[in-house]
Structure formats: structure tokens, C-alpha cells
Design a protein around this ligand. Structure first.
Ligand code: BEZ
Ligand code: FE
Length: 276
């Protein structure tokens, strides 16, 4: 195959994948080439722009390590993460909706008894969080495995503080026999996603802000049910309509109610979808 030009190169590349044994891989590679080439044609990509793109992705790779996942951040800020979540989490009406996982979940969070303190010294105004885990028909999901994680008052997750040497504002809890859970934590506050890398450069160059509306992350697992990865967002937050990663769903917004002692409380019930 010689003398390929702008009219023939796309089909030539696609043909090169013709022998791919895995049909799904073949489909993905073929479509990727088609769309990538269509994109380059659409914007009439110059060689300098192609190289700038390569340099950008190189920087994304260089800043990525086991604590910093700039590729996920890039996917999040391009809406690809939310698109993938939306396409793969079509649940019956009434089930709690899913949203983006984000890069700050870690394995091995401390197990905290119901009513315990999840904050573990993280800065922030005290807050009590409670609710119930149930099925679509309202029956309790007893003993559901609940993981929670959130940023502190300065907008940082514990994993963003290398000097901490422990966990803060994250925990694993177990719902009681009625599916109920409650824990002490800190008030969720809006925070900017890490913007000191190439994704931050992209946001600034396009006049986008890096802020996420205040939220708590939840991951809930129970035998016989689909795992739910979601957030509860704080009503009234100024970034609910401009989340940097497009993760807000109306059904996930709750009121954080101030109490007379200066603390807050929020209640949220989760409805799990039966596993297929
Ligand atoms: C988060 O909510 O933790 C998050 C999600 C996407 C990108 C950065 C942070
Ligand atoms: Fe978050």
C-alpha cells in the first residue's frame, strides 16, 4: 500500500485492523481511527497543532503517578467520564443515580462504626450525615457496605496531603439491619480540581473554572444489587450548574441544614438497583 493521500489513508489504516481476533477490539480501533481522522479533517489540523497536542498528552503522562491521575482529570473535564457513566448506568426510575467516581477514592479506608467520626481531624464545620439504603420496593438493604470520602474545608482530600500519613474524611461503614446509616463528618464545601498541571492549563486557555460544587462521595455495595457510585451535592452551591466535570444530577442534591450549635445535618436515602 503506497502513495496514500488524505482521501485514502483512513481506509488503509482501518484495513490494517481487519485481522484483529477480538471483535470488540476491532470495532473500537476501527471507530477510533474513523473519528480521529474525521476530527483532524474537520478542524484542518496543522502540523504545529498536531505537535502541540502530542506535547500536551506528554505532559499529562509526565504528571501522572499513583497519586495523581491527570488522564482521568482530562477525561472528566472533557465530559467523557460522565458520558461513560450515563451510558452504563441506566437504572429504573426511583433508583439513585450514579455520577463520576473521581480520582480520590482509595482502597483500605478505615472502618468506622455507625455514629462514628469519619472526619478524623479533617478541617471543617461539624456535620451529621444519615439515611437509609433500600431497594426500589422500599425494603431495607441490611448491612450494606458504604464507603464515603470528601474534601476538607481547604478543598483537599487526604491523599492530596502527602505529609498526613493517614486517612481523614473517608471511611467504610456498614448499614444496620434496617439499612440505616449515620456518621459524623465535616460540612462539604466546593473545591477546585487539581489545576496545576496540563488540564489546568487547558481550563485557563479556554476560560473555564476548575470548581466542583460541594459534595460527599458514596460507593455502596450489597449482594444482589448493582454497586452504586455517586455523590450527594449540597443545595445552594454556586457551582451546581457549572461543575468542572459535569457530574451534577438534580436528584442527588440535598439540603445541609444548619443547627443552632453551628453544626449541620444532611439526610439522604439511597435506592439500589437489583443486579441483573
Ligand atoms: C472528585 O469529586 O473528587 C473529582 C472528580 C473529578 C475530578 C476531580 C475530582
Ligand atoms: Fe470530590
Amino acid at each position: 500500500m503506497r502513495n496514500l493521500n488524505q482521501d485514502t489513508v483512513t481506509q488503509a489504516v482501518i484495513a490494517r485492523f481487519a485481522q484483529t481476533p477480538d471483535p470488540r477490539l476491532k470495532q473500537i480501533m476501527t471507530s477510533l481511527v474513523q473519528h480521529l481522522h474525521a476530527f483532524a479533517r474537520d478542524v484542518k489540523l496543522t502540523e504545529a497543532e498536531w505537535f502541540a497536542g502530542i506535547e500536551f498528552l506528554t505532559q499529562v503522562g509526565h504528571i501522572t503517578d499513583d497519586k495523581r491521575q491527570e488522564f482521568i482529570l482530562l477525561s472528566d473535564t472533557l465530559g467523557l467520564s460522565m458520558l461513560t457513566v450515563a451510558m452504563n448506568n441506566d437504572k429504573p426510575a426511583g433508583c439513585t443515580e450514579a455520577t463520576v467516581f473521581g480520582p480520590f477514592h482509595v482502597e483500605g479506608a478505615p472502618v468506622v462504626p455507625l455514629g462514628g467520626d469519619v472526619a478524623q481531624g479533617a478541617s471543617g464545620q461539624p456535620c451529621e450525615v444519615s439515611g437509609r439504603v433500600c431497594a426500589l420496593d422500599g425494603t431495607a438493604v441490611p448491612g450494606a457496605h458504604i464507603e464515603v470520602w470528601q474534601a476538607d474545608a481547604e478543598g483537599l482530600y487526604d491523599v492530596q496531603r502527602p505529609d498526613l500519613g493517614g486517612h481523614q474524611a473517608r471511611a467504610i461503614l456498614k448499614a444496620d439491619e434496617y439499612g440505616r446509616y449515620h456518621f459524623k463528618s465535616i460540612l462539604a464545601e466546593a473545591y477546585p480540581i487539581p489545576d496545576d498541571g496540563p488540564v489546568g492549563d487547558m481550563l485557563r486557555a479556554t476560560k473555564r473554572h476548575p470548581w466542583r460544587p460541594a459534595h460527599i462521595h458514596f460507593m455502596i455495595k450489597a449482594p444482589g444489587y448493582e454497586t452504586l457510585i455517586t455523590h450527594v451535592f449540597r443545595n445552594g452551591d454556586q457551582y451546581l450548574d457549572s461543575d468542572a466535570v459535569f457530574g451534577v444530577r438534580q436528584s442527588l442534591i440535598a439540603d445541609w441544614t444548619p443547627r443552632s450549635d453551628g453544626s449541620y445535618e444532611v439526610k439522604f436515602d439511597f435506592v439500589l438497583n437489583k443486579a441483573a
